[in-house]
Write a protein that binds this ligand. Structure first.
Ligand SMILES: [Zn+2]
Length: 675
């Protein structure tokens, strides 16, 4: 009997305790403030698990913002807050903290306050407990707990002076293998030669997920490498928050910012994309919206004192040209500016005061009329508008700062640039930029200029359209992007050979399109063309796709310029896509690229005559391939990507690693040194 009573009492006690807790979580009418977000993110806060892997990790002294969202009871306000680390209140220097209660992205009628303390840092390695405490106007208190880790460095090795990250956007293992087959050739099962990236002494695999999905986009894909922390998709250099402002998110100090602040290193960014694009921006710009072009390019210049930005090269001139035409009342553009400018008020930035004070950032301004090229020049940058300008900018004088803008938006791809140089096509003229450099030419100049900084540099060199043409399933165009990218790898490899204090990393931010080398055509080019005249699944697939030994060894001849004479060869290598939208496939090189909606004049002739999407391209010459994903493009995948490393510290980059691990390996090599 006694035992039974005790059991009953215990059960009663448990359910009695559970009732008010349940009511608290479900009924907002019950009064008590709650913390719904604590930043930096942790599993301790999100799941109450103190033993889960630490989500937020930082180098000793690396700066980041502390933030919490406090849900308040109706009719109350927040009267105070403090952040505590390891049982001690964190001091907030004047002007570095804020309480934001309007402009929130929470459901309407929410009563909440987003509290921030900017530019915190911690030197002590180990796991730290983070607490936020807040007081509501009726006197009720709330607190919540999370954690973060400061990663220890091993000191006393030989430091790396220069870091070069070659980022093949969307470049999976398939892209690398395909480039080797086309660019080097195989016989009796062996490649005749290796790609430059293949010759790296150390290679590993990288897990690419973002903070909010197994499949990343390019913003966190790059940001995670150079902050050591996971970002949400579409966000770079920040943690997510509950405000609408895309430029007020909690920041994480970038590799380049940290190394410029502590060592005076310079930053170089080279891309074949528009320079506002996610990968280049995720080296230096802090924003929750990768689409905010005007603000992103402004921040490149405005915050160069924080990042050390000294070289910026790529496309994207549309953001730098003053837009002096009338705008809508909300600041957005009315149609197309005559000079190609796409600056407007809606994509511009103004920072809150606590970020300006805490980080020492420039406040920003809404200024669509800004002449940003002129401002770069006033700041001491030489400006190159084309390949000829790039050559003269480096020949005349010894500039240590260089801006190169070679297209309105994304640069033309290698396939079309090379065909222009060979006199075989005038596609680049359709975009208005007949004299664009190749990525290896840009990389060589960038490294020459950056190496003038005696304290070293961080350079990011991106082959951007490996990804963009994979999205479009334009096989021949991404294949040549791969060849172009590998030529840039060779430039970096050569630099490291003469500068032994240099670390070179060759990797991707994610795989794109689920590309696969499925085999090769069983037919000659003439037969392949004939099969497109009356396209059918039987003719173009069943009779043409050679698998296993029927693929044999496709033979491409490489011209003196380093690129294939043609990608349409007898027994051509064939690529399939596993993350694809619907498309028409005829296996032949497409005469024109697909329309690029980022180009300011893409709706006008001649670009408007290009196919609008892979779902429309080749609809009269190809067979229809039904995709597994909606929309009209292939998508990124969660597949791990290879990483290859040369030079000092390369040995750290083996095994299977998280993309955030790469940051700490670089940190070890530069700050701790290599033994
Ligand atoms: Zn990407």
């Amino acid at each position: 009997m006694t035992a039974h009573r005790n059991t009953y009492k215990t059960k009663f006690a448990v359910s009695f305790a559970a009732i008010p807790l349940f009511a608290l979580l479900c009924a907002s009418a019950v009064a008590a403030p709650q913390v719904s977000r604590l930043t930096p993110p942790s599993e301790l806060f999100a799941a109450g698990n103190p033993n889960a892997p630490y989500i937020a990790r930082f180098l000793p002294g690396q700066r980041f913002d502390l933030q919490a969202t406090v849900r308040l009871d109706t009719g109350t306000t927040l009267t105070g807050f403090e952040f505590w680390v390891d049982g001690k209140a964190v001091a907030a220097p004047a002007g570095t903290s804020s309480i934001v209660t309007t402009g929130l992205s929470l459901p309407k009628d929410s009563n909440a306050a987003v509290v921030s303390l900017r530019a915190y840092s911690n030197l002590k390695p180990g796991v730290h407990r983070l607490l936020v405490k807040a007081v509501q106007s009726d006197g009720q208190n709330v607190s919540a707990e999370g954690n973060f880790e400061i990663v220890a460095l091993t000191r006393g090795g030989q430091p790396v002076k220069n870091v070069i990250i070659l980022l093949g956007d969307g470049m999976g293992a398939t892209h690398r293998t395909a480039a080797r087959i086309i660019g080097r050739g195989y016989t009796q099962g062996k490649p005749q030669q290796m790609l430059a990236m293949d010759t790296a002494p150390f290679t590993g695999m990288v897990m690419t997920s973002s903070l909010n999905g197994i499949v990343t986009d390019s913003a966190p894909g790059m940001s995670n490498y150079v902050t050591g922390n996971k970002a949400n998709n579409n966000q770079e250099g920040v943690f997510p928050d509950d405000t609408l402002d895309a430029f007020d998110n909690p920041r994480v100090e970038y590799l380049a910012e940290y190394l410029h602040r502590t060592q005076g290193k310079a930053l170089g960014i080279v891309t074949t994309a528009d320079v506002f694009d996610a990968t280049p921006a995720a080296m230096a710009v802090h924003t929750a919206d990768r689409g905010r072009g005007t603000g992103i390019v402004d921040q490149f210049l405005d915050d160069r004192h924080l990042t050390g930005l000294s070289v910026l090269m790529g496309g994207g001139r549309k953001w730098f040209l003053p837009n002096t035409e009338a705008l809508k009342p909300d600041g957005s553009r009315i149609g197309q500016a005559m000079n190609g400018s796409q600056r407007d008020g809606k994509s511009d930035y103004v920072l809150p005061q606590d970020i300006v004070t805490g980080w020492g950032a420039k406040p920003g301004a809404v200024d669509p009329q800004r002449d940003l090229i002129g401002d770069f020049q006033s700041a001491g940058f030489a400006y190159a508008p084309d390949l000829a300008g790039l050559k003269s900018a480096t020949q005349s004088g010894r500039t240590d700062k260089l801006l190169g803008l070679f297209a309105y938006s994304n640069m033309n791809v290698a396939f079309d640039k090379i065909n222009k140089r060979r006199g075989a096509s005038t596609i680049v003229d359709d975009y208005g930029f007949p004299d664009q450099p190749m990525l290896d030419e840009m990389a060589a100049v960038a490294l020459q200029v950056l190496s003038r900084n005696k304290k070293g540099f961080v350079a990011m060199i991106e082959g951007a359209s490996i990804d963009k043409q994979s999205h479009l399933m334009d096989t021949d165009r991404w294949l040549l992007e791969m060849i172009e990218f590998d030529r840039a790898v060779q430039v970096a490899k050569d630099f490291a050979a003469t500068h032994p204090d240099t670390l070179v990393i060759v990797t991707a931010d994610h795989e794109c399109s689920g590309a696969a080398i499925i085999g090769a055509s069983t037919r000659s080019v003439l037969e392949m063309r004939a099969a497109t005249e009356q396209p059918s699944v039987e003719g173009l697939r069943d009779k043409q796709v050679g698998v296993y030994q029927a693929s044999r060894f496709p033979k491409y001849s490489i011209a003196a310029d380093g690129y294939p004479q043609s990608t349409d060869v007898d027994n051509k290598m064939l690529i399939g896509y596993g993350a694809n939208a619907d498309r028409y496939e005829n296996w032949l090189a497409n005469a024109t690229p697909t329309q690029d909606s980022q180009q300011p004049f893409y709706k006008q002739a001649p670009q408007s005559a290009y196919p609008a999407s892979p779902g429309q391209r080749n609809s009269t010459t190809g067979f229809h391939v039904t995709g597994q994903v909606p929309g009209d493009q292939a998508v990124h995948t969660a597949t791990d990507v290879p990483l290859s490393a040369f030079g000092r510290g390369a040995k750290y980059f083996t095994g299977v690693m998280d993309n955030t691990d790469v940051f700490f390996k670089i940190g070890q090599a530069v700050l701790g040194g290599v033994r």
